[in-house]
Design a protein around this ligand. Structure first.
Ligand SMILES: [Zn+2]
Ligand SMILES: [Zn+2]
Length: 171
């Protein structure tokens, strides 16, 4: 058979059977340990990632809930108040993840404005300018930052906004 390079020790060897990728029993053993370690590492990363996804959703849930309470359930774009309100990002969170949990960037919106009118942005901008001032609006508009929120940061946001929601509910 043709000479191969051992996957483990990187030395040349002549396989004694088809599909052999390591030169010796010792290398086979080490190689399987290596693969297992790689798999564990991958699983761990996978776990952390899914945890971060979960925490991101939780953090957004609590920030949004706070925003709806803060804004007393009134749509920033059209002024309507319905039973079910959304919290709408002025700058979409997907492309501006640094603004994902920014209170200035999230305001109470009715489902019609948020979901069917793509945020009803012209009216949104007008009302937001009145609410937080043109300077802040321009600041939000010039921000194009991607931020990878850490598990710790997400946990802090969740705790902070749970407390703020509680405070508003009690006050
Ligand atoms: Zn080897
Ligand atoms: Zn609306």
């Amino acid at each position: 058979m043709k000479v191969k390079i051992c996957k483990m020790c990187k030395q040349k060897f002549t396989p004694s059977r088809q599909g052999q990728i390591v030169c010796s029993v010792k290398c086979a053993h080490e190689y399987s340990k290596l693969l297992q370690a790689k798999k564990r590492k991958k699983e761990k990363i996978e776990f952390i990632r899914s945890d971060r996804r979960y925490l991101t959703r939780q953090a957004q849930y609590w920030v949004n809930r706070y925003v709806r309470l803060r804004d007393k359930g009134v749509c920033i774009s059209c002024g309507n108040k319905t039973r079910k309100m959304d919290a709408g990002h002025y700058r979409p969170a997907g492309r501006n993840s640094a603004l994902r949990f920014d209170e200035r960037n999230i305001n109470c919106q009715c489902v019609v404005c948020n979901q069917y009118k793509s945020g009803n942005l012209i009216a949104y901008r007008e009302a937001l300018t009145k609410k937080i001032g043109l300077e802040m609006v321009l600041e939000l508009e010039s921000s194009n930052q991607c931020k990878k929120w850490s598990v710790e940061e997400l946990r802090e946001i969740i705790a902070k906004y749970k407390a703020k929601v509680k405070e508003l509910n009690n006050g």
